[in-house]
Write a protein that binds this ligand. Structure first.
Ligand code: ATR
Length: 279
């Protein structure tokens, strides 16, 4: 029996067990995927003890994606670059880490808009935290020609330009509307609106017709940001698909089979988030 799980603080709302348990059953694998709340201060002990824990690896969620990088033996190039990880696996008694968040983002775009290509496109990214770094890294790897990083605190966006180089530029969030007419894909990676802070006060009036709008947040399934984008006539890509797609490589690393993201899986997890959800 192979076991894995997700760690975080808090972790009780994580949908990862639902996703991996669905795949284990679907593929007929005798495995288990749990969740473990790791209190602040216990992260190092947990991760250094992982090889002896009986788990084949784990997902790492908030607030540990950055801190965990200090307690893993081998970080891949992507994790080193973006200083964030979400997937840890064991090989020969050592811990290895990767980040599948960025790929989860682009795969979700391709899942919903199959003919979309990043090459030659301008992507406007709202936010400059760890999720933003993961998304930008992968969007550049997919050959986007330009990435505009808009953040409430411009210095954080500027730091990402230092990291990612010439194809990126940094602006203050309150100047965003000037950059919308040339935007092909607009993505919200900020947590604005998650707490009761009123959310992003952004008008879609100047956004290029045909621009796609995505949000990495998935509670509610269609965030107020996406609701307003859709009302303004834009195709939207909700964030839940990113969660599903980022889970694929971890499952394969721990359990040895590559699962697929299907509408049935989406419906299952969507129904857990919103009991009123209908396909
Ligand atoms: P994560 O690692 O999940 O991306 P983070 O590092 O805490 O999280 O980053 C959160 C992002 O949401 C930041 O870009 C933050 O902007 P600041 O850098 O100015 O703090 C952004 N954010 C959070 N609340 C916001 C709000 N009410 N309005 C605008 N941006 C907000």
């Amino acid at each position: 029996m192979i076991s894995a799980g997700v760690i975080g603080f808090p972790v009780k709302h994580s949908r990862s067990p639902l996703i991996h348990t669905f795949w284990l059953k679907q593929l007929g694998i005798e495995g288990r995927y749990g969740k473990k709340e790791v209190p602040p201060g216990d992260l190092k002990t947990f991760l250094r003890g992982l090889p002896a824990s009986g788990w084949a690896g784990c997902n790492v969620t908030l607030p540990y994606k950055e801190e965990a990088c200090r307690h893993v033996d081998v970080l891949d190039e992507r994790v080193k670059r973006i200083a964030s990880l979400n997937t840890i696996y064991l090989r020969e008694g050592k811990t290895f880490a990767t980040s599948t968040d960025g790929r989860g983002f682009t795969e979700n775009i391709f899942w919903k808009v199959p003919d979309f290509r990043f090459a030659g496109k301008t992507v406007v990214v709202l936010g400059a935290g760890g999720s933003s770094r993961a998304v930008i890294d992968e969007v550049l790897r997919e050959d986007a020609v330009k990435v505009v990083i808009a953040n409430r605190t411009p210095a954080r966006a500027q730091a990402l330009v230092q990291l990612f180089g010439a194809r990126t530029s940094a602006i203050s969030l309150d100047r965003i509307e000037d950059y919308l007419p040339t935007c092909h894909l607009l993505v919200n990676t900020t947590s604005a609106g998650i707490a009761n802070d009123g959310g992003l006060d952004l008008s879609f009036d100047r956004l290029a017709a045909g621009a796609i709008v995505s949000d990495i947040n998935y509670v509610p399934l269609v965030t107020p940001f996406l609701q307003r984008a859709e009302a303004a006539g834009h195709a939207i890509v909700p964030g839940l698909g990113m969660l599903l797609h980022q889970a694929v490589p971890g499952f394969e690393l721990w359990f040895g089979r590559r699962p697929s993201v299907t509408q049935d899986l989406y419906d299952l997890v969507a129904g857990d988030i919103d009991p009123g959800y209908k396909r």
